[in-house]
Design a protein around this ligand. Structure first.
Ligand SMILES: NC(=O)c1ccc[n+]([C@@H]2O[C@H](COP(=O)([O-])OP(=O)(O)OC[C@H]3O[C@@H](n4cnc5c(N)ncnc54)[C@H](OP(=O)(O)O)[C@@H]3O)[C@@H](O)[C@H]2O)c1
Length: 315
C-alpha cells in the first residue's frame, strides 16, 4: 500500500496529491471494485461530478470500502470532490445541485466543490440543453453570481472548500478580485501534449492548487479520432519510462507531481489503479523534466466546442 502525500490548500486544509478520476464509467460493479481497490492500495481522494452519471454508484463503492476497512478508514480520512454543473448556475440552483450530489453519494458534506465550467446553460432543460445546431443554450448568469452562492455553501458547512475548473487566467483573476473566500484550486486539462504552463504558473503564484485532469489524454473518450495524437505513446514519454523501468502512465504522473500538481487519473482496472499509485518511490531528474518541455505538439482532448459560442468559453 502506498502512502500518498498531501498538499496544503490555501485555506489550511489538505488534499492528497493523487486521486481517482471517475468519469466515463457507469457500471456499478466496476466502480465498486475500482473504489474498493483504490482504498486498499492507499487512495484517499476521489474526483466526482453529477454529469458523470455515476455518483450513486461511486457512493456505494465508498460505503463498501469504508465498511470493509473495519474501522481503519473513516469518511473523514477520504477527500471527496464534486462539481456544480452548468445548468445549475443561478444562486437558487447552486444548493439544489449540491443536495443532489450529497444524496447520490450518500454523504453529508463534500471536501471540495468546484464550478465545473465558467459558463452556465439554460436551466430546467436537462444537463445538455441543445439548440438546433447542437450548441448548448447559454444562460446569462455570470460565474461571479454562482461563485457567491458557492461561498454560502462553505458557510453552511456542507462544503469544506470551494474552487473552479476550466477557468482561464482572466476568469480566475476576476474571481480573485471579487471573492470573499479564495478558490483553493483550479482543475484543468494537463498532460504531455497540453502543458498549460502559463495557467499553471498563474495559479501557483496565487496559491491556487492546480489539479490536472486527463493526465493520460483520456484514451477512453467517446469522441476519439484515429488521427488524434496519443499522450501515453509519445516517444519522449516512452523513453523516460524505459530509462526508469516504469510505465508511461507512471512517469506522466510523476512529471505532474514534481511540478507540484495534483493528479486524478481515472481507471477501473485494479492493476492500473495500483500501478498509478506506485509513483512515490522514484524521482525524475532535471533532465527528464526538461525532456517533457521538448514536446512542442500541443493538443486539447476536452475542448467542449458545443459551447464555443458562449461569451465565457475559456479557450
Ligand atoms: N473538470 C473537468 O472538466 C474534467 C474533465 C475531464 C476529466 N475530469 C476528471 O479527471 C479524471 C481523469 O481524466 P480522464 O478520465 O478524462 O482521463 P485519463 O485519466 O487521462 O485517462 C483515463 C483512461 O486511461 C486508462 N488508464 C488508466 N491508467 C492507465 C495506465 N497506467 N496506463 C494506460 N492507460 C491507463 C483508463 O483505462 P482503464 O479505466 O481501463 O484503466 C482510461 O481509459 C476524470 O475521470 C474526471 O474525474 C475532469
Amino acid at each position: 500500500m502506498s502512502t500518498i502525500p498531501k498538499k496544503n490548500l490555501n485555506n489550511g486544509r489538505q488534499i492528497p496529491v493523487l486521486g481517482l478520476g471517475t468519469y466515463k464509467e457507469e457500471d456499478e460493479n466496476k466502480l465498486i471494485t475500482a473504489i474498493k481497490t483504490a482504498v486498499k492500495v492507499g487512495y484517499r481522494h476521489f474526483d466526482c461530478a453529477p454529469v458523470y452519471y455515476n455518483e450513486k454508484q461511486v457512493g456505494h463503492g465508498l460505503r463498501e470500502a469504508i465498511d470493509e476497512s473495519n474501522g481503519s478508514v473513516k469518511r473523514e480520512d477520504i477527500f471527496i470532490t464534486s462539481k456544480l454543473w452548468c445548468s445549475f448556475f443561478s444562486k437558487e440552483k447552486v444548493p439544489v445541485c449540491l443536495e443532489n450530489t450529497l444524496k447520490d453519494l450518500a454523504l453529508d458534506y463534500l471536501d471540495l466543490y468546484l464550478i465545473h465550467w465558467p459558463f452556465g446553460f439554460k436551466e430546467d432543460d436537462g444537463f445538455y440543453p441543445e439548440d438546433s445546431n447542437g450548441k448548448m443554450v447559454p444562460s446569462d448568469i455570470h460565474y461571479l453570481e454562482t461563485y457567491k452562492a458557492m461561498e454560502d455553501l462553505v458557510k453552511s458547512g456542507k462544503v469544506k472548500s470551494i474552487g473552479v475548473s476550466n477557468f482561464n487566467i482572466q476568469q480566475l483573476q476576476d474571481v480573485l478580485d471579487n471573492c470573499e473566500i479564495k478558490p483553493v484550486c483550479n482543475q484543468f486539462e494537463i498532460h504531455p501534449l497540453l502543458h498549460n504552463n502559463e495557467l499553471v504558473d498563474f495559479c501557483q503564484k496565487n496559491d491556487i492548487t492546480v489539479v490536472a485532469y486527463a493526465p493520460f489524454g483520456a484514451p477512453d473518450r467517446s469522441w476519439l479520432k484515429p488521427e488524434d495524437p496519443v499522450a501515453l505513446k509519445h516517444p519522449v514519454v516512452l523513453e523516460i519510462a524505459k530509462k526508469h523501468n516504469r510505465t508511461a502512465g507512471q512517469v506522466i504522473l510523476r512529471w505532474l507531481i514534481q511540478r507540484n500538481i495534483v493528479v486524478i487519473p481515472k481507471s477501473v482496472n485494479p492493476g492500473r489503479i495500483e500501478e498509478n499509485s506506485k509513483i512515490f518511490d522514484f524521482t525524475l531528474s532535471d533532465d527528464d523534466m526538461a525532456a517533457f518541455n521538448t514536446i512542442k505538439e500541443q493538443f486539447r482532448y476536452y475542448s467542449f466546442d458545443e459551447c464555443d459560442n458562449h461569451p465565457r468559453y475559456p479557450f
